[in-house]
Design a protein around this ligand. Structure first.
Ligand code: SF4
Length: 338
């Protein structure tokens, strides 16, 4: 049993003041990950700061044609928002590939970004885990590591980031708006999540006294040629072994812009600019896509049980880019794999 205080913040400034006064407190919104972490005693906050009443639930167009998404917009509302469906369907497709309907109803955009790894050792408090208890060791290295990372790992941690939505946001060059005691700042999505290095306990570059207020999407949404493909052990309510978010812009049969990010393979959505550059100016086709996949997966270092992920990721990248270039329809309830 964990005893904790409960307080409610009514403004962003309140929330920042409260977290600055007690950096060990935790913000709670949907609670879809935090409550589990508290049940397992992975997290033992002395205070929960309820942020569900903050005015961060709007989805608004920005002056430069992008979209500003409040941090408290529920995942379901975002996936089915008319502007997401019309202009950023890659985001909706990724969201609807994750979790379950009930969880998506509760989960917030900000919480999705901050959800923690599903490495089973992280949740098992009797096993060593550098992310949970720095310096204690990593049980997954040399343990059961079928679902773990193959890219960007360290000697300290081989965990993966579990989000689907974040893979799409990474591909679309989103940015994260945050507020702290010193004001507001904007973090490019590629810099928001960290690789584990020797500080695996720190998942993101958000400071302990900052709060996410919004996610911004740039104007370009790649609404015609996109695909999100998630490979997992069962069809729903499972985390990705590998996922790919792909977005292409085609003109006269030539790729003039290309983005793709890979999930389930690293501590953050994996994006390699050189792999995308290899697609630009090319005619879509399997050979071109395979070359981009090879570049994206350069340096992959599988563990004992997850060598299969390298080839799985290669094939998933090729397939997702193929679907994107074909403009394969993406009905979420009946997704056709072309
Ligand atoms: Fe902990 Fe990371 Fe090792 Fe999992 S992979 S046991 S989260 S240190």
């Amino acid at each position: 049993m964990i005893n904790f205080d409960y307080v409610r913040a009514n403004t962003v400034a309140d929330a920042v003041t409260m977290i600055k006064a007690d950096p060990k407190a935790k913000f709670i919104a949907g609670g879809t990950n935090l409550v589990d972490l508290m049940k397992y005693e992975v997290e033992r906050p002395g205070r929960l700061i309820d942020i569900t009443h903050l005015p961060l639930k709007a989805v608004e167009e920005t002056p430069d044609g992008g979209l500003l998404i409040g941090a408290l917009v529920p995942n379901t509302d975002l996936a089915y928002h008319p502007m997401i469906e019309a202009r950023y369907p890659l985001v909706g497709s990724a969201i609807l590939a994750g979790a379950s309907q009930q969880l998506r109803n509760m989960a917030s955009v900000g919480g999705n970004l901050l959800q923690r790894t599903r490495c089973s050792y992280f949740y098992d408090v009797v096993t060593p885990c550098n992310k949970r208890e720095p310096g204690s060791g990593c049980s997954a290295i040399g343990g059961l590591n079928r679902g773990h990372a193959i890219l960007g790992t360290s000697e300290a941690c081989i965990a993966t980031h579990p989000s689907d939505m974040c893979v799409a946001l990474a591909a679309l060059d989103a940015s994260v708006h945050v507020t702290g005691p010193n004001g507001t700042r904007r973090i490019a999505f590629k810099d928001f999540h960290r690789l584990p290095g020797d500080r695996p306990q720190q998942d993101t570059n958000l400071a302990p006294d900052e709060i996410i207020t919004a996610v911004e999407l740039p104007a370009k949404g790649f609404a015609s040629n996109y695909s999100y493909l998630k490979i997992r052990d069962r069809l729903s309510y499972a985390f990705a072994l590998v996922s790919v978010a792909a977005a292409l812009e085609l003109q006269g049969g030539t790729i003039i812009d290309a983005r793709f990010a890979v999930g389930g393979v690293a501590h953050k959505p994996w994006r390699v600019p050189a792999a995308e550059a290899a697609l630009r100016g090319q005619t879509p086709g399997a050979a071109v896509f395979r070359r981009a996949a090879d570049i994206a997966l350069e340096g992959a270092r599988p563990q004992e049980h997850n060598a299969f992920k390298v080839e799985l990721a290669r094939r998933a990248i090729v397939r997702t880019l193929t679907q994107a270039s074909n403009g394969t329809p993406q009905s979420q309830s009946d997704k056709k794999i072309a």
